[in-house]
Structures are given as structure tokens and as C-alpha cells.
Design a protein around this ligand. Structure first.
Ligand code: GLU
Length: 411
């Protein structure tokens, strides 16, 4: 089941509970604009190679559209469509004045030199610079992109439109970026994980957590959960999974990854396990923080963790989600759990527009506050409607988007 079908099914479940007529569903499931551009570059070997760049702008009923650029070999139009719609529901769940968008290129950035990556990014922006901007649609990092890519985007956009730091978020701190943006998605995941534990009277010290993925989100989630005294018993990256029953020394693992170009390969003191073993580990909480679609209907019956916090976008296929629900496994959905990133992006955008910097402490405080409020609202809605947290989060997000569209006189 692909991400688009899963998103549409999740949407319709919530829409049923909200009694949304078919005409409104169709409007909310149709992207506002989908753009596909040619991105030709001269590779380092002198050969011309042409790529396709996508930007899907899903909905702007609540404000300018917002969402990352993904550089990953599996990027295609349907995936970008699904992720753009997820951004619309996500920004609405945390009540940011934004709509949703997503974009990307089907490339493996690891096979590109820095010069090639810069060229392809600038060419991509040449193709779409007139359809985004601070009041229209604001890109940000996603899988395979980072603050450096965002700096090229700001610079290239500026060549057409003049100085506009608010045209993109997730920029380097030394180039109108925000201290606290890089850590924000992982911090948000940790905030939500701790809220779940406290709601269910579980102590962090007695919580054994497995985290799949040790990229931006997984590393910061691990860091903050470790600092909160949770036991991180397993972590993983493309080189495989690493397990230690009495808890991995996370600061040491972070240092190891830093010293080994981000890889955990060869880390000592842990038992090597496969990524599938990590997902089905006997632990208290599972945090998928890597690719989408990893929790399949084959894996779902074997999952032992009673709680799943979706740090990645769309990690659970809908047929797997049904099995998890039947088994009483408690899932915090992506559109709530990983909303910390876009929330900090909003702070960056606000500060860029005001030309005034808040500093790290205020960013953290405001992030904790927004994530806490959103969790409370989703939790209460779930209770009230006896719905899963996913359905409750979709109800909250879709309801807000629908209300804004109605107020604007659209429908
Ligand atoms: N790519 C991130 C997400 O999926 C962040 C988007 C943003 O900051 O606009 O939520």
C-alpha cells in the first residue's frame, strides 16, 4: 500500500466521523497545484544528465503552503502528493497559519559531489522560483536535504526576487537560520513520547525504546529521550541495527556517528541486529524515524512494543495500522509526532520577517508549549470520539482546514 492510498484512507475515516460531504472531500484531496520541472545538469564527468523536480502545493486555506524538499531515489509524484497533503493536516494539527506542500528530486544525494548538489538545487529553483516565496509556499529540509541546500535555495531565490530570507526555512544559523530548528523534529518526538508515558503513568526510567534511523530526527529524539532518562535499547541506520539490553550510551553513539561520517557501522558494545529485528524487538516503545512504509502488514503482527511514535512521515501502511489497532497497540501519528520540525520552521519564518532573533531558550519553550497543546487536543478528541489518535489528529487537522475554507467563502 503506498503513502497516497494510506493517506486517503486515513483522511476518509476522519471525514466519515466529521460527516464531510463528498464534494468537500474531493476538494480537500485535490492538490491546488502540481508542478514538474526539467532539471538538467552537467555531471562532474562532463556528461549532461536531466532530472525531474516536483513541487506539489496541496492546500492554502489556512495560509502559505509549507513543506520540505526531499532528495531520495524513491521520490515520485504520488509520494510527493501524499506528503504534501500530510503537511496540510500537520500544520493544522499544531495550528500554524500555514497550508501544506512538498517537493523533491528522485536522486541519491550520496552519489553526487557537493558541486553537483549545488548545481542541481540551483537549477531546480530556476524552474520553480516564480511559484514559491514567503507568502506563497515556503520549502524546508526533508530526507536527503539539509541546511546547506536551504542556503543555496535562499541565495538562488534572491537572484530573482531580492533579499528574502523567509522564502525558505531550515537555513544555517549563520545565514538567517534558527538555533533550535535542526533539533526541533527530534525534540518534538521526545516531547510527545514523554507525554504519552506520563498520560499512561509510565516512568521514563522503566521505558525501553527502540529507534529506527539515526539521521536528523532519530539522533535528536535519542538525545532528548536519553536526557529524560529513558533507556534507548536499540538504534539503527543503513548499516543495520545495534542493540544493548541495559541501554545504549547515546552520547557515545552520537560522538561515534559524528566521527564516522554519520554511520554507526563498527560501533562497539552493542549486539548487531537487522532492521526487521529492531522493529519487532521486545521493548516498550518503538520510534520509526527513517523511511516511510516500514511498518507493513507482515511486520505489524510481530511488533511487541505497546507504543509506537511515528517520527518518520508515513511509516505505517494502512493495513498494518488496522492490525496494530486490533492488537491494542497505541500509535501516535506522524502528523502530530513529527510536527516539531515545521513548528520551528514557523518560528524561523516569523523571525526572518521581523528581523528579530529570539534565541534558543525561547524557541524551545514555544516548541514545548505548541507540541504539548496539540497533544492535549488530539488526546481529548480521541477520548471524546473513542477514536485512535491517528483518526483524532486527522479530525482536528481536517476540521480546521475545512473551517478556514468555509470562512474564506470557498466551500
Ligand atoms: N520536512 C519536515 C516535515 O516533514 C519539515 C517541513 C518544514 O519545516 O516546512 O515536517
Amino acid at each position: 500500500m503506498d503513502a497516497l492510498k494510506s493517506m486517503q484512507l486515513y483522511f476518509n475515516r476522519a471525514a466519515d466521523r466529521l460527516d464531510l460531504p463528498e464534494s468537500i472531500r474531493k476538494m480537500l484531496l485535490t492538490s491546488k497545484r502540481e508542478v514538474q520541472v526539467q532539471v538538467p545538469i552537467i555531471r562532474d564527468n562532463g556528461e549532461l544528465e536531466t532530472f525531474v523536480g516536483y513541487r506539489v502545493q496541496h492546500d492554502n486555506s489556512r495560509g502559505p503552503m509549507k513543506g520540505g524538499f526531499r532528495y531520495h531515489p524513491e521520490v515520485d509524484l504520488d509520494e510527493v502528493r501524499a506528503l504534501a497533503a500530510l503537511m496540510t493536516w500537520k500544520t493544522a494539527v499544531v495550528n500554524l497559519p500555514y497550508g501544506g506542500a512538498k517537493g523533491g528530486l528522485a536522486i541519491d544525494p550520496k552519489t553526487f559531489s557537493p558541486r553537483e548538489l549545488e548545481t542541481i538545487t540551483r537549477k531546480f529553483i530556476d524552474g520553480i522560483h516564480d511559484i514559491f516565496g514567503p507568502d506563497i509556499d515556503i520549502p524546508a529540509p526533508d530526507m536527503g536535504t539539509n541546511d546547506k541546500v536551504m542556503a543555496w535555495i535562499m541565495n538562488q531565490y534572491g537572484k530573482y526576487h531580492g533579499f528574502s530570507p523567509a522564502c525558505v526555512t531550515g537555513k544555517p544559523v549563520d545565514m538567517h537560520g534558527l538555533p533550535g530548528r535542526e533539533e526541533a523534529t527530534g525534540r518534538g518526538v521526545a516531547i510527545i513520547a514523554l507525554k504519552v508515558l506520563s498520560r499512561l503513568n509510565r516512568k521514563p526510567q522503566q521505558t525501553r525504546i527502540a529507534i529506527q534511523g539515526f539521521g536528523n530526527v532519530g539522533t535528536f529524539a535519542a538525545k532528548f529521550l536519553h536526557e529524560s532518562e529513558c533507556k534507548i535499547v536499540a538504534i539503527s541506520d543503513v548499516s543495520g541495527g545495534y542493540f544493548k539490553s541495559d541501554g545504549i550510551d547515546i552520547p557515545a553513539a552520537l560522538r561515534y556517528a559524528m566521527e564516522h561520517r554519520g554511520s554507526l557501522e563498527g560501533i562497539s558494545g552493542c549486539e548487531k541486529i537487522s532492521n526487521a529485528e529492531l522493529l519487532t524487538l521486545d521493548c516498550d516503545m518503538l520510534i520509526p524515524a527513517a523511511l516511510g512504509g516500514v511498518i507493513t502488514k507482515e511486520i505489524a503482527p510481530k511488533i511487541k512494543a505497546p507504543f509506537i511514535v511515528e517520527a518518520a512521515n508515513a511509516p505505517t501502511n494502512v493495513d498494518a495500522d488496522d492490525l496494530l489497532f486490533e492488537r491494542g497497540i497505541f500509535v501516535v501519528p506522524d502528523i502530530l509526532a513529527n510536527a516539531g520540525g515545521v513548528t520551528a520552521s514557523y518560528f524561523e519564518w516569523v523571525q526572518n520577517r521581523q528581523h528579530y532573533s529570539w534565541g534558543l531558550n525561547r524557541c524551545r519553550q514555544e516548541l514545548d508549549h505548541i507540541m504539548g497543546d496539540a497533544f492535549q487536543q488530539v488526546w481529548d478528541l480521541g477520548k471524546e470520539h473513542k477514536a485512535s489518535l491517528r483518526t483524532a489528529a486527522y479530525m482536528l487537522g481536517i476540521g480546521r482546514v475545512r473551517k478556514a475554507a468555509a470562512l474564506a467563502g470557498i466551500a
